[in-house]
Design a protein around this ligand. Sequence first.
Ligand SMILES: [Zn+2]
Length: 182
Amino acid sequence: MPGDHIRQGHQMDFLERSYQGKSHDADALVLTCIDFRFPHQIVDYMDSLTPPGKPKITYDHIVLAGASLGVFSGVFPQWATTFWDHLAVSIKLHRIKQVYLLDHRDCGGYREFGALPTTDQAPVGSEIETQIHQHYMDRLAILIRNTHPDLEVISHLLDLPPTASASGSRTNQKGKTTRRGS
Ligand SMILES: [Zn+2]
């Protein structure tokens, strides 16, 4: 499994011991960017997934700059270990069944890490922006499915909140959701 190579003995013990605490399961683990404009968007999106009359979806939350791209960043390779270890902990402690990969438009992480060109070449809300995010979300979804075939992986590109100003042109394209998995 990704991340195994740097685990210490006591960390392996933690992952291999059966959990002794009081059980409280969650439905999912959510991966998002650090961007300060999106916490409400994330909560609203996750709440919107709950069918009427059903209990709200529950989820653990891991945050990396760039969200999906953060796992692949050559700039901070330790973030990959952080992600895979948190996925393992989330599975162990809360027996999650789904992973949500929530990238967002106008992501400074994507531009800073070189995955997205300038806003002139890839304006906020453009199809090229959508495709680049989908590429990295799909890559991560495949890796998760390869290592954890029981998990359903859902990717979604969040639109800018209505009050946020983009660094490029106005956002004009709805986020897309892709489901991958069982
Ligand atoms: Zn971001």
